[in-house]
Ligand binder design. Structure first.
Ligand SMILES: Cc1cc2nc3c(=O)[nH]c(=O)nc-3n(C[C@H](O)[C@H](O)[C@H](O)COP(=O)(O)O)c2cc1C
Length: 308
């Protein structure tokens, strides 16, 4: 009796083999190692650690997180331990994993981005970099580079000069057209782009007539943003030849399939890990179920198959 084989989920991103296309997103999965007791880190397609800067950052004043309808608004402000503490305290544990580890890189200037990458280049255990040029929660750096494709090109060029590993550039959705930014990243040497980061948002306490977020504005994530994220991923994928990593509100295997169909090679899962820490693994399982039900033998067959 022949047993039907499960559909193949394995894929590759910038020549990095992934056992499945589901990656834990940056900022919602700490430095990865903190989740080791909650799930098998080696079952993930990949993981992205939270944004790292040259020096530690304390982050924004509280409250930093509020619940929104079908999502959440955060204003963490890139709190992190800094790249030097990361390579000492976290990377040795991460380097033992078989899962590719991507480091999310943040800076206030082009030199900051290049310096974080330069430090990491000396250490094993990093598969690639995701440049966060799209954080809406800091006054300088981050989203500043997403205000103009030329500025974006400058920061990508600076990081490219020092990065021997694959460079993924994470784009902001807070732009009127995504194509010029996707193309600027590609022209400056990005190996892939990822999108979307969060949407600048406001939550108001009507009684006090004040913002419910300490820093004033925050970034909206979760299922509420999925339809807009899908549109942006589709448009970006149409505009470049490099691979696209899609994210924004993914909570189920079918959500992941939709992003792949829109043009993503792989996807990231962020906010869903807050209510279900095992969601990246569950979503990979559900994606297998979807492909099986559709009679599709290999996940690559659905990538970029959208017909509008
Ligand atoms: C609490 C929180 C912290 C985040 N921190 C980062 C970060 O450090 N770097 C980054 O590039 N994106 C960060 N993000 C954005 C997510 O990685 C992701 O792009 C966004 O939340 C959309 O995906 P989701 O709807 O699945 O969460 C953060 C998101 C949240 C909710």
């Amino acid at each position: 009796m022949s047993v039907a084989r499960d559909p193949a989920l394995s894929t590759s991103l910038c020549a990095i083999p992934l056992r499945n296309p589901i990656i834990a997103a940056s900022g919602t999965f700490a430095y990865g190692v903190e989740f080791a007791s909650l799930l098998d880190l080696n079952a993930l397609g990949g993981l992205v650690v939270k944004g790292l800067s040259r020096e530690p950052i304390e982050g924004n004043p509280p409250p930093r997180v509020v619940e929104a309808q079908c999502g959440m608004i955060n204003s963490i402000g890139l709190q992190n331990i800094g790249v030097h503490a990361f390579v000492e305290d976290k990377l040795p544990l991460l380097a033992r994993l078989t899962t590719p580890v991507f480091v999310n890189v943040f800076g206030f200037t082009c030199e900051d981005y290049a310096e974080v990458v330069r430090v990491l280049e000396d250490y094993p255990g990093v598969a690639g970099y995701e440049l966060n040029v799209s954080c809406p929660n800091t006054k300088h750096g981050g989203i500043y580079f997403s205000s103009d494709p030329a500025l974006l090109g400058e920061v990508v060029t600076a990081a490219r000069r020092v990065a021997r590993r694959p460079l993924i550039v994470k784009l902001s959705p807070n732009v009127s057209a995504i194509e010029p930014f996707a193309q600027a990243a590609e022209a400056a040497g990005a190996d892939a782009i990822s999108l979307v980061n969060t949407f600048v948002a406001l939550a108001i306490d009507a009684r006090t007539r004040r913002s419910r977020i300490g820093a004033g504005f925050g970034g909206l994530s979760g299922p509420a943003i999925k339809p807009i994220a899908l549109r942006l991923v589709y448009q970006a994928a149409q505009a470049v030849r490099i691979p696209v990593v899609g994210m924004g509100g993914i909570a189920t295997g079918v959500d992941a399939a939709e992003f792949l169909i829109a043009g993503a090679t792989a996807v990231e899962v962020g906010t869903a890990t807050f209510w279900d820490p095992q969601s990246p693994i569950r979503i990979a399982r559900e994606l297998t179920g979807f492909l099986r039900r559709e009679g599709i033998s290999d996940v690559s067959r659905i990538v970029r198959t959208l017909e509008l």
